[in-house]
Write a protein that binds this ligand. Structure first.
Ligand code: LLP
Length: 433
C-alpha cells in the first residue's frame, strides 16, 4: 500500500488525487516534475502546534522555519493561520514581507548575517533578531547606534545536548558553528554584553538541537539544560527571560519505517518540562516559542514525475528514470535520505519487482530511491514521491541547466499555481555577454 498523507487518495480513474485535484490533470496542465502541496494538511499541522499550546493556556508563538519551503503564497497562508516565520537571509525577509507577513512576526537567524542584511532587517522592522555570536553583537549595536534605534533580540545558545535520533542534522552539541556555548562560559559573557547594550532589548534565549528528531528526550534534555543556565543567570544578574525559544526539528514520516511523534505530543512534552523546571527552580514561567519547518510542510508535499527510460542489467539492477532528480530533490544524494513512491496514474496488480528510481542529471549519484518494489511501468506513467514538501524545492538547483519545477497548492478541488515552472529564458536571464 502506498504511503498516503493528508487528503491524498485514488479516484475512480485510479489516479492519485490530492486536495480533491487529480494529479494526472495537474501534470498535464503544469508539466512535470511538479510539486503539489496539500493546503489542508499544512493548515492542520500549523493548527496542531498552535492549538496545543493554547489548550494548555501557554503564551506561545509558532514560527515556521521558511528555509523548509517558502514563497509568497506560503507566507500568505502562514499569516492566515497566525504563524510567524523564521528567516535566515535578507532574501527570505524580502519574500516574507512581499507575502504579507507582518515584520513583527519575523525572526532573523543566522551565524553570519552580513552588515547589509542586518541593516535591511532593522529598516524593515523585523520583530526579533536572534544574535548568534560576538561579532554580531558589535555589528548590530553599531548599526542601531547609527540609526538611534532599539531592537528586540534573543540570543542563540548551544546547550551541549546531543539529540540522539535516527537521520538528523545536529546543531545543539558543543562542537557547532551556531550560537554561544554554555559549557565554556561564552553564553554568560554574551548575556552580560547584550544586557549592557542600551540598543539591544533582550527578550530571551533560543536553542535548536537538530532536525528530524523522533523522540521528546532530546528536547527534554535541552529544556533542563536551558532552565539550569537561565536560573544561574537569574541568581547572578537578576535577569529573567520573557521568552524561551526551543527551536524546531520535529520529525516527520518519509517512509513506512519512520515513526515520528505527533506535533501535539512534542508541544505537551516541552511545556510540561518547562513547567516542572520552573516550579523546581521557582522561575517565572516564560512564553514558549517553537520553530517547526519540516513538520509543517514535509508531508504536505508530493512530487509528480513522468517516467521515461528504463535500463535492465540482467541479474544486477533495473533502473527507472524520471524527468527530475537531484535538481528538485537533492536530499537523497546529500543526506542519503529515504523516500517512498508509487505509480500515480493507475493501480497495477502486476507482480512488483525491485527497481532503482533515478533522475535525469548527469551524475551517477542522482538517485531518488535506491530500492523500491514496483509493478512493470511504461514511459509516460506518472510516478509520485511523497513527503517531499520540506527542503526539496527550497534546495532546488539548476544543475545541467534544467529548469526548476512549478509548485501548485491544492485545496477543496481547486489548484493554484504558486511558483511557475522556470523557462529557458529564466536560465539565461542573469548571463552577461
Ligand atoms: N530553527 C532553526 C534555528 C534551524 O536551524 C532549523 C533548521 C529549524 C528551526 C527548522 O528545523 P526543522 O523543523 O525543519 O527540522 N536541509 C536539511 C535541514 C537543515 C535544517 C537547518 N535548520 C534537510 O534537508 O534535512
Amino acid at each position: 500500500m502506498p504511503l498516503l498523507f493528508g487528503t491524498a487518495e485514488f479516484n475512480e480513474k485510479e489516479h492519485l488525487t490530492i486536495g480533491g485535484c487529480d494529479t494526472a490533470v495537474l501534470a498535464e496542465k503544469y508539466g512535470t516534475p511538479l510539486f503539489v502541496y496539500d493546503v489542508a494538511h499544512i493548515r492542520q499541522r500549523a493548527r496542531g502546534f498552535k492549538q496545543t499550546f493554547n489548550s494548555l493556556g501557554v503564551k506561545n508563538k509558532v514560527i515556521y522555519a521558511g528555509k523548509a519551503f517558502c514563497c509568497i503564497a506560503m507566507y500568505k497562508l502562514l499569516e492566515e493561520e497566525g504563524l510567524g516565520c523564521d528567516v535566515v537571509s535578507a532574501g527570505e525577509i524580502y519574500t516574507a514581507i512581499k507575502g504579507g507577513m507582518s515584520p513583527d512576526n519575523i525572526e532573523f537567524h543566522g551565524n553570519n548575517k552580513t552588515k547589509e542584511e542586518l541593516v535591511y532587517a532593522v529598516e524593515q522592522g523585523v520583530g526579533t533578531i536572534i544574535i548568534d555570536n560576538f561579532y554580531e553583537i558589535d555589528l548590530l549595536s553599531e548599526i542601531l547606534k547609527g540609526k538611534d534605534k532599539k531592537q528586540k533580540v534573543m540570543f542563540r545558545i548551544t546547550p551541549g545536548v546531543d539529540a540522539q535520533t535516527h537521520d538528523y542534522i545536529l546543531t545543539g552539541q558543543v562542537d557547532s558553528k551556531f550560537g554561544f556555548d554554555v559549557n565554556s562560559g561564552k553564553a554568560t559573557e554574551a548575556l552580560e554584553k547584550i544586557l549592557a547594550d542600551e540598543h539591544l532589548i533582550l527578550q530571551g534565549a533560543h536553542c535548536h538541537i537538530g532536525s528530524q528528531i523522533f523522540s521528546a528526550e532530546g528536547f527534554l534534555a535541552a529544556v533542563e539544560k536551558m532552565m539550569l543556565i537561565l536560573n544561574e543567570w537569574k541568581n547572578q544578574f537578576d535577569y529573567t527571560v520573557n521568552i524561551l525559544n526551543m527551536g524546531g526539528g520535529f520529525g516527520v514520516k518519509y517512509t513506512e519505517s519512520d515513526d515520528p511523534l505527533e506535533p501535539e505530543v512534542f508541544v505537551k512534552a516541552i511545556v510540561n518540562a518547562v513547567k516542572a523546571q520552573c516550579e523546581l527552580l521557582d522561575y517565572s514561567f516564560p512564553e514558549i516559542w517553537i520553530e517547526p519547518g519540516r513538520s509543517i510542510i514535509a508531508e504536505a508535499g508530493t512530487t509528480i514525475y513522468t517516467i521515461g527510460s528504463q535500463k535492465v542489467i540482467p541479474d544486477v539492477r533495473h533502473y527507472i528514470s524520471v524527468d527530475g532528480g537531484m535538481g528538485d530533490n537533492i536530499r537523497p544524494a546529500l543526506y542519503d535520505a529515504k523516500y517512498d513512491g508509487f505509480l500515480a496514474n493507475r493501480i497495477s496488480t502486476e507482480k512488483p519487482e525491485e527497481v532503482r528510481i533515478v533522475g535525469k542529471y548527469c551524475e551517477s549519484g542522482d538517485v531518488l530511491i535506491k530500492e523500491i518494489d514496483l509493478p512493470p511501468v511504461e514511459a509516460g506513467d506518472l510516478f509520485a514521491i511523497t513527503s517531499t514538501g520540506a527542503y526539496g524545492y527550497s534546495m532546488a538547483n539548476n544543475y545541467n541547466r534544467n529548469v526548476k519545477p512549478a509548485v501548485v497548492f491544492v485545496e477543496n478541488g481547486q489548484d493554484k499555481l504558486v511558483i511557475r515552472r522556470e523557462t529557458y529564458e529564466d536560465l539565461i536571464a542573469l548571463d552577461c555577454e
